[in-house]
Design a protein around this ligand. Structure first.
Ligand SMILES: Nc1ncnc2c1ncn2[C@@H]1O[C@H](COP(=O)(O)OP(=O)(O)OP(=O)(O)O)[C@@H](O)[C@H]1O
Length: 297
């Protein structure tokens, strides 16, 4: 793939994040100064990015790049439309947490995103499945999935990442014991919360799995033993200090084998920051990579 003359098909979620319009305009202005050809498709609601991607995968051409302009939820929808196809995927980070953009070395910088879309070479990136759903970052059950389930979109627009904390505070005290069980490498663990991650980052710039990353075909399973509000505050503080994985009641198991997550009663899960899944869940790595544009260091 040559750096110049790329054909970028941008799937834009106009509702992602907080300063979507101005950040997207800045990206388009940056791209207008390059040789790239740009086509923009706007999403009209949940699930639309998957449909748009499914329509696009038939297109051929060595210089075609699919671009997700949105947050991790938009990328996740695109990913689930990208079946059996090697069109490289890039990002313009317009979301709230933008974990994938951080994994790709772009962070929240529009300038770096534009530069990456125009010049980076595609690299293989490994995805995983949570039952039928393909994901790139993480699956969570416990504190984070309850927060996602209780999240109000008006608060997300006003408060950004803080809206997750507000949502968590509304629901967590109601759950004293979440009775989750995760089986990894043939060993069963009881847990208050579980995070099964492919990614190194979580919830924004916070590192929870230093030995993982989207280019590595490996999962880290974080088993958080405690539950209740006091432990939520402890875990939250450790996450902000990038120390969640070193707490004595957080066990980390790394694997490349399938992981199963169950609970006494059906429990909501979050996958790449969106709800919709519930236990029981089987997580497995896809050995076939997809191609993504990663910023070179
Ligand atoms: N036009 C639309 N109107 C309402 N919702 C939409 C529209 N287009 C897409 N969506 C939904 O918006 C959801 C959230 O978008 P996205 O994840 O990109 O932003 P975010 O939640 O702010 O960012 P992040 O996931 O990084 O925190 C997507 O999962 C998608 O289902």
């Amino acid at each position: 793939m040559t750096p110049a003359n790329r054909r970028l098909v941008i799937i834009h979620n106009p509702t992602s994040g907080m300063r979507n319009k101005s950040r997207f305009s800045k990206a388009l202005l940056g791209l207008a100064e390059t040789q790239c050809e740009v086509e923009i498709l706007k999403t009209s609601g949940p699930g639309h990015a998957t449909m748009l991607t499914e329509e696009l995968v038939g297109r051929k051409g060595p210089d075609l790049v699919l671009v997700a302009a949105g947050g991790d939820g938009t990328v996740s929808e695109i990913l689930n439309g990208l079946k059996d196809c090697n069109i490289p995927l890039g990002v313009i980070p317009l979301g709230t947490a933008n974990v994938l953009a951080r994994e790709l070395g772009v962070g929240v910088s529009i300038k770096k995103a534009v530069d990456t879309l125009v010049t980076a070479s595609p690299v293989p990136v490994f995805t995983a499945f949570a039952n039928e759903k393909r994901f790139l970052l993480m699956l969570g059950a416990g504190y984070d999935s309850l927060a996602v389930a209780a999240l109000r979109s008006d608060q997300k627009k006003r408060f950004g990442a803080m809206a997750y904390v507000l949502a968590a505070m509304r629901v967590i005290s109601g759950y004293r014991n979440m009775n989750l069980e995760v089986e990894v490498n043939g060993v069963r663990h009881r847990a208050g919360s579980v995070i099964i991650t492919k990614a190194k980052y979580y919830g924004g710039p916070f590192v929870i799995a230093p030995d993982c990353g989207i280019e590595t075909p490996r999962l880290a399973v974080l088993v958080l033993k405690g539950s209740g509000i006091v432990n939520a505050i402890r875990y939250g503080g450790a996450l902000l200090a990038n120390r969640l994985d070193s707490l004595p009641d957080v066990e980390v198991v790394v694997t490349d084998k399938p992981v199963s997550l169950t609970s006494a009663a059906e429990f909501p899960c979050q996958c790449d920051g969106d709800g919709g899944l519930a236990t029981p869940i089987e997580v497995s790595l896809d050995p076939q990579p997809i191609m993504m544009l990663r910023r070179s260091c």
